[in-house]
Design a protein around this ligand. Structure first.
Ligand code: KG4
Ligand code: ZN
Length: 336
């Protein structure tokens, strides 16, 4: 799927001083940004509104105030232009983000190789979601596992805070772990397995292990004191955390692949902000190669939230004959 234009209005700066998203501020910022963003995307693509074939919108899951702004804008456009309206699940769209390529780039060849994608195993890892999916078609997606506590991005951000790494935590921890001389074997951190067959994830144990490593464990037999956070210890702990976090993901993907032997997966589709992580990208590539799966990882601009993935998945829905009416609702919950 070729991308003609991709415009993202980031709200990070607005929420940074509150150390989290303030829903009311988020909705107001959506109202202010939506028209300029649509104008800029059309300008980038060099087209007018009349040349659009359909209007797609992410209508679930998320903060209801922000979703309402997008859904109202999409309905107005669809009604006034007389074009079909298609509502898309934001998390499912992350699974599609690896299908997006920019015109004239290498990815275009993979896009046209004609090899069937499905059945595919899907992974979404972001600040708010961590889940695995069985995908038989773009409109036949089933969640087969998800985190029972923190999302992976949240675990990265919390571990970074515990280690005293500055905002944004996840990307900065990743950079620290990649510094020369960083050893991922320096600290032995837990990889959650849950039960022997579970496809769910858990990151709270890993987060607690980082906390105890950094602050010490008073009263324990070993009575370890706080870690002397030298530059070497910091990069070693970052690298050890990345290893444990990435292995916790690939362990469950591997279990799902193992369990699919009757109808083996052809593709591994991944998306979400944490697919920017260098270690996770390497581990996913290794797993896909070892298991003979085609890997569709989003290129960096499409790892984080973006509208191109919404439009891309909507295109698949249109091809399958699906469209919504003006009764489309914004929904805070996921569809599966
Ligand atoms: O997809 P996204 O914007 O989140 C939600 O919509 O929830 O991704 C943001 C998350 C944050 O938790 C951020 O720390 C994490 O993705 N992230 C990373 C990296 N880049 C972004 N985590 C680890 N390594 C990275 N390089
Ligand atoms: Zn997202």
């Amino acid at each position: 799927m070729r991308v003609r234009a991709s415009v993202v209005a980031s709200q990070h700066a607005l929420h940074e001083e509150y150390a989290g998203v303030v829903p009311e501020i988020a909705s107001r910022a959506h109202v202010e940004a939506i028209i300029p963003v649509i104008r800029e995307a059309l300008a980038q693509a060099g087209i007018g509104l009349g040349m659009l074939d359909a209007i797609a919108v992410g209508h679930r899951p998320g903060l209801i105030g922000s979703l309402l702004v997008g859904v109202a804008a999409a309905k107005s456009l669809a009604w006034s232009l007389g074009k079909p309206l298609i509502g898309v699940d934001h998390v499912e769209a992350h699974l599609y983000s690896g299908m997006l390529v920019e015109e004239g780039t290498q990815g275009e060849a993979a896009d046209r190789d004609g090899v069937p994608l499905f059945p595919a195993l899907g992974l979404v890892v972001s600040g708010g979601h961590t889940a695995m999916y069985h995908i038989d078609a773009w409109d036949a997606i089933t969640r087969i596992g998800s985190t029972i506590d923190d999302a992976l991005g949240e675990a990265y951000d919390k571990a970074a805070t515990i280690m005293g790494i500055s905002y944004p935590g996840g990307p900065n921890l990743d950079r620290l772990a990649q510094q020369p001389g960083a050893s991922d074997a320096a600290f032995d951190l837990p990889i959650s397995r849950l039960s022997p067959t579970s496809l769910d994830f858990s990151f709270s144990g890993l987060k607690t292990a980082v906390l105890y490593t950094v602050r010490g464990v008073p009263g324990e037999r070993a009575n370890r004191g706080p870690l002397d956070m030298t530059a070497q210890n910091a990069r070693d702990l970052a690298a050890s955390f990345q290893k444990a976090a990435s292995r916790a993901i690939t362990l469950k993907l591997d279990r799902a692949i193992e369990a699919s032997h009757a109808s083996p997966y052809r593709t591994l589709l991944a998306g979400g902000g944490v697919t920017l992580n260098s270690r996770l990208r390497t581990e996913l590539a290794g797993l896909a190669a070892a298991r003979g799966l085609k890997l569709r990882l989003p290129s960096p601009p499409y790892c984080m939230d973006n509208a191109a993935m919404i439009a891309g998945l909507a295109f698949e829905h249109i091809c399958a004959g699906r469209a919504d009416t003006l009764a489309l609702q914004a929904m805070p919950t996921a569809s599966r």
